[in-house]
Write a protein that binds this ligand. Sequence first.
Ligand SMILES: NC(=O)c1ccc[n+]([C@@H]2O[C@H](COP(=O)([O-])OP(=O)(O)OC[C@H]3O[C@@H](n4cnc5c(N)ncnc54)[C@H](O)[C@@H]3O)[C@@H](O)[C@H]2O)c1
Length: 446
Amino acid sequence: MKKRDFIKTSVTLAGSALLPSSIFAIPKGVKRLRTAHIGVGGMGAADLDSIASHNAVDVVALCDVDQNNLNAAHKLYPSAKTFIDYRNLLNKMKYEIDAVIVSTPDHSHAPASLMAMELDKPVYCQKPLTHYVSEARAMRKLAEKKNLITQMGIQVHSFYDYKLATLLIQSGIIGKVKKVHAWSPKNWGYDGPIPKGVDSVPQELDWNLWLGTSLERPFKEKVYHPFNWRKLVDYGCGTLGDMGVHIFDTPYNALALDVPKTIINKCRKPNGFGYPEHNKVTYTFPGTKYTSETLTWIWSDGPGVPSSSKDLKLPNNDKLPLQGAMFIGEKGRLLLPHFMELPKHIIDGKYQDIDVTKYDPNGLLGNTKNDYERDAPKHYHQFVDACLGNSEVSAPFSYSARLTETILLGVIAGRFPNKTLHWDSEKAVFKEAEANKFLSGEYRKF
Ligand SMILES: NC(=O)c1ccc[n+]([C@@H]2O[C@H](COP(=O)([O-])OP(=O)(O)OC[C@H]3O[C@@H](n4cnc5c(N)ncnc54)[C@H](O)[C@@H]3O)[C@@H](O)[C@H]2O)c1
C-alpha cells in the first residue's frame, strides 16, 4: 500500500472524513497543551515523563501495543484514555488532543506521525525521524505544508555542550574544518542467521499492531520486541541510525552541511535480516563556509571502535571518550564527547583553555557552565512552549528530516559494501540505480 493511501484509510478508519485544518489548530492564547503519547515503554516512558514535567501539559491519551507498558504508564496518568492502536487514538481523540509524541520503534515513526500531522497535530517524534528516506521527505513536506510545530527527539541538541561546540566551530576556533570522525562502540547490528521457528506471542503484546506497516514475520522472543528490533533491517536503522543521528547532529548543524555527494560503507555483505555489526562509513560533502572545499565525515561503529588513528590521538595519551566526534580543522582539533562532557580544544598535541566569554560575549548560550539536570527536559519543553506560541523548536522536521536522510543514505550504503554511491538530492535518486529500491518500502495493510 502507498503511504498516501495508508494515511487516508487510517484517518477515515473511524468513519470520519478529512476535516479542514482550522478545526484542529491550537487556538491562539490557549495556555495548556493536551498530549497523546504513542509508545510509552522504553524511551517512550522517558519522553512521557519529560513532556509531562512541563507545568502546562495535560497527558490525555496513551497508546502502546504492549499492555504491560500501557498499564505502567496509565498508573502514572490515570485520567488519560488508553489505546493499543494509534489509529483509534487519533481518530477518536482528534478533538481532545493538541499534540502527539511518537516513541515507537523506527518503522512506525512515519506512519503514526504522518497520520497525526494529517490531522494538524504538532508532533514530537523520536530519532531517527524515519525508517526510509522517502518517509523523511514526506514528513518534512507535510509539516511544511501545514506549518506545524515539530521536533525530533535528539534531546542533546538542546544541551549546553552541543550548542557551545557549534558556536566554537562557527566562530572559527579551529579554522575551516576538513574532516570529522565520529564513533560509537555500540553494537546495534546482528551478523547471525535468521532465527528459525516461531514462539508464541506473549499475551500482553499485539504482534500485528507492533509490525504495523512493516513486513509480516513470525514472532520470536528476544529478537524483535522490545529493543532488539533496532538491529534488524525491516524495523530499525542499525548503530548508524541509532547513534549516528545524535553524534553527527552537531557536525551537521555546526558545519551547515546539507546533502552528501558520495557515501561508502565498509562492512560485511548484507544478509537481508540484521545490520552489519561493524560499519565504517565515509561521506563526502560539498564545502560550506565553515569547511574546506570538501568535507569528509568518517563514521565507525561496533565493538572495539575506533581503531587508533593520528587524528584521534589525545594529549597526555588520554583515553578517547567512549563515543564522540572529532573535528579536524586547519588550525587544530575540537573533541566533542557524547555526551555530558564539554568540548576540548587541541592544538599541536596540547589542550587549550576555552574562554567562552570570548565567543559568547552576550551570554546567548544562557549559562557559563553545563548543568545536565537542568538541560535534560529542555528539548521537550521547547516543543511544548512552541506549541503554545511561546518559543521556537531547535530540531524541527525541516532540519531533522535532512539529517535523518543523510544518516539513512549511509545505512543504505551498507547494502553495497565497499561501493561508492553517488546521491542526487534534487531527483532523490542514487546514480547507482540498484540502490534506489532501498529508499522506500511498501506499507503492509494491518
Ligand atoms: N533520544 C534518545 O536518546 C533515544 C534513546 C533510546 C531510544 N530512542 C528512540 O526511541 C524509540 C523507541 O526505542 P526504545 O528503545 O524505547 O524501543 P522499545 O522497543 O524498548 O520500546 C518501544 C515501545 O513502543 C511500543 N510500541 C511498539 N510499536 C508500537 C505501536 N505501533 N504503537 C504503540 N506503541 C508501540 C512498545 O510496546 C514499547 O513500549 C526509537 O525510535 C529509538 O530510536 C531514543
